[in-house]
Design a protein around this ligand. Structure first.
Ligand code: DAH
Length: 369
């Protein structure tokens, strides 16, 4: 046995054990294993050398070599198990999942400034006994115009250049069509005849029933659309609040009293109100209404364009044809209505100069409210 003595062979397991103990990781240990058990490893060489010994020496040397191989294998396996356990323990620390840590919840949202203003206004009307209702933003043109007493091709429609979906369906240009919906819904709740076929086309613009059911007292907040160039002060999307009251014996005094109560609640107790004659097809008489400018106390400033008054919206007594379109008899009931834009109020309340910032969804802007 040229290079290998039995003594040398017998030392291989303990040598291998020390080498394995020094292996810092599994890759190191693999190099140790190859150094002993690989094709040119020491154990392999020893085993090969045994084959070349004179027959008389072979059994003892062979036994020694086989035992050495088993010893080396055992040493390496023991070290591998140890290293694997250490690695697993390290992974367990690194990947540790602490189920008691708080999770990542969704970031809580909050009201948009437009909604803050709308909700505050609706609250005031709820306090006066009004019901808050909504209507569709995609509306029958029959309700946006015809049922509101706009004659065909009336020039007032030009002022409200519109987005049409089909000839009969459009994005509503104001919340006023919900006046018709509110009256008809009340009618359908109460009228035993229920002959107002109006939910599906063709729209019946002037129903025959005039049974004049229970009173209507509603406010309608909502989004409206007009074909406008978007500027600092105008947008093609905006919001309105509509108010409608229909009952027996309603007069302009009720309109004035309701509106005065509202503006004092919303703008402050010293707010005064001014009506000026105006025209709307769905009211008669019609008036625009303004409040005194609190910025300058009426002396004139850029907020009121030097007039001392700030225009808020339109109003009037509900036109008989509109009552009829809603299923009410103008001989039995009367009503008032008004409507105004919300953006301008929100801009004043929060000092927002550019109307466009209200729709850009820039979180840096929205987080301020
Ligand atoms: N709908 C009108 C507009 O958008 C505002 C308006 C005027 C509403 C008079 C009313 C009203 O209810 O009576 O310009």
């Amino acid at each position: 046995m040229s290079d290998w003595s039995v003594e040398q062979i017998e030392k291989l397991p303990s040598e291998a054990q020390s080498a394995a103990a020094e292996a810092a990781g599994l890759a190191d240990l693999e190099r140790v294993r190859v150094g002993y058990l690989g094709r040119d490893g020491k154990v392999t060489q020893a085993l090969k050398a045994v084959g070349k010994l004179p027959p008389v020496l072979r059994p003892a040397a062979g036994r020694a070599a086989n035992e050495a191989r088993q010893g080396v294998e055992a040493a390496i396996t023991a070290r591998r198990e140890r290293l694997e356990a250490e690695a697993a323990a390290q992974r367990a620390v690194a990947d540790h999942l602490d189920v008691t840590l708080p999770g990542y919840g969704p970031e809580p949202g909050h009201r948009h400034p437009i909604m803050l203003v709308l909700e505050e206004i609706c609250d005031i009307f709820v306090g006066m006994g009004y019901e808050v209702i909504t209507g569709p933003e995609v509306e029958w043109s029959a309700l946006n115009w015809t049922a509101l007493n706009y004659p065909p091709d009336h020039p007032a429609m030009d002022e409200q250049a519109s987005f049409y979906v089909t000839d009969d369906v459009m994005l509503r240009t104001h919340t006023s069509p919900v006046q018709i919906r509110a009256m008809r819904a009340r009618h359908d709740e109460h009228c035993p005849v229920r002959q107002l076929a109006w939910q599906t086309p063709p729209m019946e613009v002037l129903p025959r029933c005039r049974c004049s059911p229970a009173p209507v007292r509603v406010v309608v907040p909502g989004r409206t659309y007009r074909r406008e160039s978007v500027t600092l002060t105008h947008h093609d999307i905006f919001h309105q609040l509509e108010c409608l009251l229909v009952d027996e014996g309603i007069s302009f005094a009720d309109l004035h009293g309701t509106m005065a109560t509202f503006v004092r609640e919303y703008f402050g107790p010293n707010t005064r109100i001014r009506f000026r004659p105006d025209f709307f097809p769905f009211t008669e008489p019609s008036a625009d209404f303004s409040i005194n400018c609190e910025m300058c106390g009426g002396r004139g400033c850029r907020f009121c364009k030097d007039t001392g008054w700030v225009e808020i919206g339109g109003s009037g007594l509900v036109h008989p044809n509109v009552l009829i379109a809603g299923g009410y008899d103008p001989a039995k009931v009367s009503g008032f209505a008004f409507g105004f834009g919300i953006e301008r109020l929100a801009q004043r309340r929060f000092n927002i100069e550019d109307i466009r910032t209200l729709y850009e969804n820039d979180m840096r802007f929205l987080r301020q409210f």
